[in-house]
Design a protein around this ligand. Sequence first.
Ligand SMILES: *[C@@H]1O[C@H](CO)[C@@H](O)[C@H](O)[C@H]1NC(C)=O
Ligand SMILES: *[C@@H]1O[C@H](CO)[C@@H](O)[C@H](O)[C@H]1NC(C)=O
Ligand SMILES: *[C@@H]1O[C@H](CO)[C@@H](O)[C@H](O)[C@H]1NC(C)=O
Ligand SMILES: *[C@@H]1O[C@H](CO)[C@@H](O)[C@H](O)[C@H]1NC(C)=O
Ligand SMILES: *[C@@H]1O[C@H](CO)[C@@H](O)[C@H](O)[C@H]1NC(C)=O
Ligand SMILES: [Ca+2]
Length: 473
Amino acid sequence: MPLQAVFLLLLHCLASTLGQYELCKSLVSTDEGSVWEHYACQPKPGSMKDYMRIKVDPPGITCGNPPERFCTLENPYLCSDECDASNPDLAHPPQLMQDRERNGLITYWQTVTWKRHPEPLLANITMAWNKSLELTEDIQITFEYGRPTIMVMDKSMDHGRSWQPYQFYAEDCMDAFNMPPKRVHDLSPANITRVICTEQYSRWVGSKNEKNVKFEVRARFAVFAGQRLQNMDSLYTRMESMKGLRDFFTFTNLRLRLLRPALGGTYVQRDNLLKYFYAISNIEVPARCKCNLHASQCLLQDGNLQCQCEHNTTGQDCQRCKKGFKAKSWKAGSYLPTPNGTPNTCISSVSEFGKCNCNQMGSVHDRCNGTGYCQCKDGATGAKCDDCLPGYYWKQGCHPNVCDKEMLVCQNGGTCYQNQKCICPPEFKGVLCQHSRCEAGKDCNAASSLSLSTAALLLCTMLAHLLTTLTPH
Ligand SMILES: *[C@@H]1O[C@H](CO)[C@@H](O)[C@H](O)[C@H]1NC(C)=O
Ligand SMILES: *[C@@H]1O[C@H](CO)[C@@H](O)[C@H](O)[C@H]1NC(C)=O
Ligand SMILES: *[C@@H]1O[C@H](CO)[C@@H](O)[C@H](O)[C@H]1NC(C)=O
Ligand SMILES: *[C@@H]1O[C@H](CO)[C@@H](O)[C@H](O)[C@H]1NC(C)=O
Ligand SMILES: *[C@@H]1O[C@H](CO)[C@@H](O)[C@H](O)[C@H]1NC(C)=O
Ligand SMILES: [Ca+2]
């Protein structure tokens, strides 16, 4: 079996045991020794709630300062519960939305109650990662004491400079946002990136029955990959070909805008506003670092997630070529062709490292320009600038001809040696042998000795030339 086939077989084997695109490179032995083979790769998905920086607005929205009582929707007349920020057992700070709960103890962030009704009870939760991430599973927000009747999820892809709505949630989408209610199941492959309003997570069903609000990622993937996501190749192929599909799942920040709390299925009861508030026990964000298919690891460095870039790329998202590897412009790796993709490795721009090899004598830099060409000095030509244009001769670079058979003919019987010099008869000198040595009645008897030294010079020049042709330039 040819080496290539053995190698592909090995790759298939690794891909199926490791999961797709988990390997950036591997050492392969060939007849010429071991060489690195490179593949498109991406980090494993993880729970990004561990890395999120969470901020709640407006200031003072968190309950307990001063301490206050609250009731529940199920039993509005039993109002013995208290929120007190100064007592660790009764406090409900924002970090309880991202903690790891132990022993079945539910911990949650809670807001003040809706004291100022009819002014709306509004709260924003902003989550920042300072890193581009790609969703891999549903976002899931768990509400205690009922899910909000109106809410918006926004996302930012540029660290919070600009925002766009991601999904609208309302008990009545038409009433709240003037949007027809939709479910992800209503979407087709062509409009899967449509921002919808859904009523699925906002209706009152009792506070204990259904606590979760989701942003559906799996159901969107399933449109391409099948119900059990058994055909991920099809999804990855779409990711490459469908404009905006990858970006749809990409974010650096998320924001929840809570616009109206759970009402218990009835109108707001103004005489008992202590039962209206928001409480969130968990925000699950399953995602992977976006590394442009140039890294299989993403690690926390100085408090920020950072792709461990391969393929001689660099930057937080491996979004640039490393210094000295800019022979071609940067490209993201590609999922295609499946199953291993294309790494689109950055190419070394220094000739000693192979891929370009501009002749150092004939070219301006030893690097290629953006399109893989060498930039030649005056008189040089060829892909590697190791040839001379007509009218030039090669001697450690290209130099204009000194003599030739047309315009720069050697005179007085001189012969042109490789366009570099005229070899003159003993009685003549000058670049083109144009001057007589016996001018002004001088002694011309030295001619024979001169002739000898000219012959020696010719021999030496020829030897030198022979040497240069034997040693590669
Ligand atoms: C929530 O964020 C939106 C968008 O920036 C802003 O208009 C609104 O005032 C914020 N609401 C609160 C309660 O801070
Ligand atoms: C965000 O990440 C970049 C790169 O890791 C870092 O230079 C910058 O200081 C970070 N910003 C914050 C606010 O942590
Ligand atoms: C998406 O496309 C399908 C079929 O083309 C259509 O029935 C559906 O209404 C569209 N959904 C949205 C939200 O536009
Ligand atoms: C990146 O460059 C180094 C040399 O600095 C080289 O050893 C390595 O193989 C290169 N990696 C790729 C993917 O080309
Ligand atoms: C690279 O050099 C070639 C040959 O000189 C030229 O045709 C091409 O336009 C150059 N490309 C760039 C990006 O400079
Ligand atoms: Ca919690």
